[in-house]
Design a protein. Structure first.
Length: 90
């Protein structure tokens, strides 16, 4: 099983240097996790290191499309507040 980088990625490069398997590559200017190389850090670390260092919510998801850092987990902003703020901008 491998993790996946989503469209929320801002290309900060933080994850690329911490992967023990060099599974994170930039392909056509998009950060990508090579499924053949990612082992979800199993055997190396207790948690996926890319997810641990990524500063953007929902930028990395697991094999079930569950965000490693779900909405609100890093910012502390509740989802309802975020949706309200987004509605004000539309
Ligand atoms: S989960 Fe671990 S092995 Fe997979 S891409 Fe992230 S840092 Fe690399
Ligand atoms: S750490 Fe997160 S935001 Fe930065 S390049 Fe990796 S996936 Fe993208």
């Amino acid at each position: 099983m491998a993790l996946r980088i989503t469209q929320h990625c801002v290309g900060c490069w933080a994850c690329a240097g911490v992967c023990p398997n060099q599974a994170i590559q930039v392909v056509h200017q998009v950060f990508t996790i090579l499924t053949s190389s990612c082992q979800e850090c199993d055997g190396d670390y207790p948690d996926p290191q890319c997810g641990a260092i990524c500063p953007i919510e929902e930028a990395i998801v697991d094999a079930h499309n569950q965000a490693i850092n779900p909405p609100g987990s890093l910012t502390g902003v509740p989802i309802a507040v975020r949706h309200h703020a987004q509605s004000l901008l539309q």
